[in-house]
Design a protein around this ligand. Structure first.
Ligand code: MG
Length: 307
């Protein structure tokens, strides 16, 4: 109905702009129109329903005679939108470099964007100054460090980061103990980081998993000690009320250039220990956390674009 109304408006505007094309001799009604015109050649412009009706009818018939392809072209032309112009962004020299509109969260030089989570019974409590260290261009937890988090909070975003699990772990260190970390989005939803090159664990807990919810589609892991990349595109949930999503959070993860989460629906907060209980808790914007899980997993080149 709306498109029909739009069509009529377009046709009507078109008709108005072509009003002079109507031939007085076509119908008796248009003869009357011609008569009115002759009587008021100098008068103010008046809206003549009969004339416009005839014009609309003519162009409606013309439109109806178009082929489907011609109609499609007509509507395509109507829908060309020029303004506002799409914002220009200068890309990095290589795709892993931050583009001009990115917020740099870590560039290897300082930890100014970061603080640290303190833990109480049952989860994160407060925050304190960051105690992570910078080593070989990466940031990593010191022995007694806690989980790092951004001082800023975010809603929808595109996040780039690179990470590296430690080398030299004995072969007896396996499963979830091998290089475990994670990107915890809005302090709530974890994308798992782990040495998953040759380290079998539960599929929904390996690198690139939405922890305990979605296994990665494939496993593109590199060996421990090599830098690996995550591109994360995240759409925050919208809440209907304190315990109900209007729309749940969604996440896409590209791991070492390979799609491993395809706009996956996150069902609820990551919980541990125990079986995930998808208890929805209303929250606002939140920080990006880098999990401290007892391993010196390092991070570098971290940037984010708010969407
Ligand atoms: Mg983890």
């Amino acid at each position: 109905m709306k498109s029909f109304f739009t069509l009529m408006l377009v046709l009507f505007a078109f008709a108005l702009s072509n009003a002079q094309e109507v031939q007085p001799s076509e119908t008796s009604r248009s003869k009357a129109v011609s008569s009115v015109r002759q009587k008021e050649p100098q008068g103010p412009m008046r809206f003549n329903f009969a004339e416009q009706e005839a014009i609309v009818k003519k162009f409606t018939q013309s439109f109806d005679s178009l082929t489907p392809m011609q109609k499609n072209i007509f509507f395509t032309n109507v829908k060309h939108i020029m303004d506002p112009e799409v914002a220009k962004v200068e890309p990095g020299v290589i795709d892993s470099d931050p583009p001009s509109d990115a917020i740099i969260l870590f560039n290897g030089k300082d930890l100014n964007e970061w603080e640290e989570v303190t833990w109480g019974i049952g989860g994160p409590g407060g925050k304190k100054p960051i105690t992570w260290i910078i080593k070989d261009g990466g940031m990593q937890p010191a022995g007694t460090s806690g989980t790092a988090q951004t001082k800023r909070v975010f809603r929808d975003f595109q996040l780039h980061l690179e990470w590296k699990t430690p080398t030299g772990l004995p072969a007896t260190v396996t499963g979830q103990d091998r290089g475990n970390s994670g990107v915890i989005i809005q302090g709530t939803y974890e994308v798992q980081i782990l040495d998953s090159y040759a380290n079998r664990t539960y599929r929904n807990g390996q690198a690139g998993a939405v922890y305990m919810q979605h296994a990665p589609l494939v496993n593109p892991s590199r060996k421990e000690g090599q830098w690996q990349t995550f591109e994360i595109i995240y759409t925050a949930p919208r809440f209907k009320d304190s315990a109900t999503y209007f729309t749940p959070p969604r996440i896409t993860v590209i791991y070492n250039g390979v799609l491993v989460q395809n706009n996956a629906i996150i069902q609820g907060p990551t919980v541990f220990p125990g079986i995930p209980q998808y208890i929805i808790r209303e929250h606002g914007d939140g920080p990006i956390q880098l999990q401290q899980h007892g391993n010196p997993t390092a991070f570098r080149n971290i940037w984010i674009r708010e969407l």
